[in-house]
Design a protein around this ligand. Structure first.
Ligand code: NAP
Length: 341
């Protein structure tokens, strides 16, 4: 057992009521929780960053899905990185920097089998939640494996200024895409896409029908669509697809807070004539790509060929603002909550 000092209590976000439509502050509570020395085989981690992600909205509903719903009146969880402050687990020492699944709190007692050491000489600690973490692997595996990207493809990415989307567009460019087009929800994000991430064209989906804007940006059609949004975006992509087009269906954030089923896409019959492939993607199926992904992406980061942004909220009490802000599109790149050292 090794330990340094830690306080008697920590704070953790609880879900106290299941949201109906858009989540509201009354659905959550930041609770004080007791801290103790870790049990045999566990470590106590002082979190330095935790991640807020769109999939967490799905976990707030009491429905069967690929990941269990959050329990009411229990701490929520999600990706986090931090420093071990007490260890009762072989192989972990105080001061180790680690990645683990117990975010939404400032201190976490985690069984060692769920803890991975991370190398902060390769990249800053926060990067292991974004560009070198779960969202980065989603972009990498979704584009290269699920959408079977090939050099010379024209690629369309929705949610393109977000954590996953900004990386998809850059990987496509680095792997030899003919043309990369992105959509996002503000003029500033559109500027970022073309001026900083190297997209060939971008548009604000709030400026007019997605199909009209996509047609203008991709006059020769698209070969790959990376879907983060669903709804009207997916319908537009189906209409813009060339024969043998491939879509990685990664997320449908436009419907996560919907109370009625979405009517789009209304043009699915085109799947037949164009011989399209629309394939769902779960990042957890692609852990085998992790070493190759980290090696390739960290080299691009070091060479400056791939850039990334983080929207960081300071303090555990800002956890909910960070989550709601991300759902509203106030973020650029990966949304994180930083906890003071
Ligand atoms: P993100 O893109 O960094 O943040 C969410 C973004 O969604 C917001 O910034 C906002 O940007 C956009 N948005 C919100 N409402 C929208 C709407 N009605 N229409 C269009 N855009 C909307 O989040 P992320 O972590 O990178 O995740 C992106 C997508 O990937 C999500 O759908 C998520 O569920 C999915 N995902 C899936 C997997 C998997 O394994 N399948 C893993 C990770 C993420 P704007 O300002 O542009 O609107």
């Amino acid at each position: 057992m090794s330990d340094s000092q830690f306080p008697a209590t920590g704070r953790a976000w609880h879900l106290v009521r299941r949201p109906a439509g858009w989540p509201v502050p009354e659905d959550f509570a930041l609770r004080e929780v007791p801290l103790a020395a870790p049990a045999e085989g566990s470590v106590l981690v002082r979190n330095r960053y935790f991640s807020v992600d769109p999939y967490m909205r799905g976990r707030m509903n009491d429905v069967k899905s690929y990941v269990a719903p959050y329990e009411l009146d229990r701490p929520m969880d999600g990706g986090a990185v931090g420093e071990v402050v007490a260890s009762a687990a072989e192989g972990f020492e105080v001061g180790d920097t680690v990645l683990h699944p117990l975010g939404w709190r400032d201190y976490a007692a985690v069984p060692a089998r769920h803890v991975t050491k991370v190398d902060t000489s390769l990249a800053p600690l926060s990067a292991y939640l974004g560009v070198l973490g779960m969202t980065g692997l989603t972009a990498y595996a979704g584009l290269l494996e699920v959408a079977s990207f090939r050099s010379g493809d024209t690629v369309f990415v929705s949610g393109a200024a977000g954590a996953v989307g900004s990386q998809v567009g850059q990987i496509a460019r680095l792997k030899g895409a003919k043309r990369v087009i992105g959509s996002a929800g503000s003029a500033e994000k559109v500027r970022l896409l073309t001026e900083e991430y190297g997209f060939d064209a971008a548009f604000n989906y709030k400026d007019g029908p997605v199909y009209d804007q996509l047609k203008k940006a991709a006059p020769e059609g698209i070969d790959v669509y990376f879907d983060n949004v669903g709804g009207e975006h997916l319908e537009a992509a189906i209409s813009a697809f060339n024969v043998h087009g491939r879509a990685a269906i990664c997320g449908m954030i436009s419907v996560y807070n919907a109370t009625e089923p979405d009517p789009a896409p209304r043009n699915l019959t085109q799947v037949i004539g164009k011989r399209l492939r629309l394939q769902g993607l779960l990042v957890t199926d692609h852990q085998d790509l992790q070493p190759q992904f980290v090696q390739e992406v960290s080299a691009w980061i070091r060479s400056g060929e791939l850039v990334f942004k983080e929207s960081t909220y300071e303090g555990v009490e800002k956890g909910l603002d960070a989550f709601l802000g991300m759902l509203r599109g106030e973020n650029s790149g990966k949304t994180l909550v930083a906890l003071p050292a």
